[in-house]
Design a protein. Sequence first.
Length: 158
Amino acid sequence: MAKFKKKKSKPTPEPEDSKKESTQEEPVDVPETEKSESTPEPSKEPSISEAEKSEKDKKLNKLFWLRVALAVIAGTAATFIFEDIEGEDRRWASIAFMIIVFFGTIIVAKGMKMQLPSSDRKKVVTQAIGSYVFLYLFTWIVTYTLVHSGSVSTGINI
């Protein structure tokens, strides 16, 4: 709780008098129970050495690039795997494939045995999730467009 001292000076009747006001304050007795020294709380997390932190960052970096590479590969593969499916079902099959591949990367990440503090446990799932989803969809759309562009009469002939 904050400790504030009350000002013990007389009120000033005119604005000019405020400049002449003395700044002496009477000492205020603070009871012993209110005096407290700020002691840092011991953290509940074990301290992590620089070598362990560096190893953790390397593994998270490896997981990031694994997901980016798998997004490009799986997005390209989805164009050819779901060629026989027509209409709306093709879209849902590709999205389900994207989710299954992502869960596969979570299993691979668990196998990497990253020593993460409890506050960073979500990083195994959230690391590069946005990049993965958008790269998958971008790659899938671009490859599908390039593969099927020659079959449309107004499309680009490659």
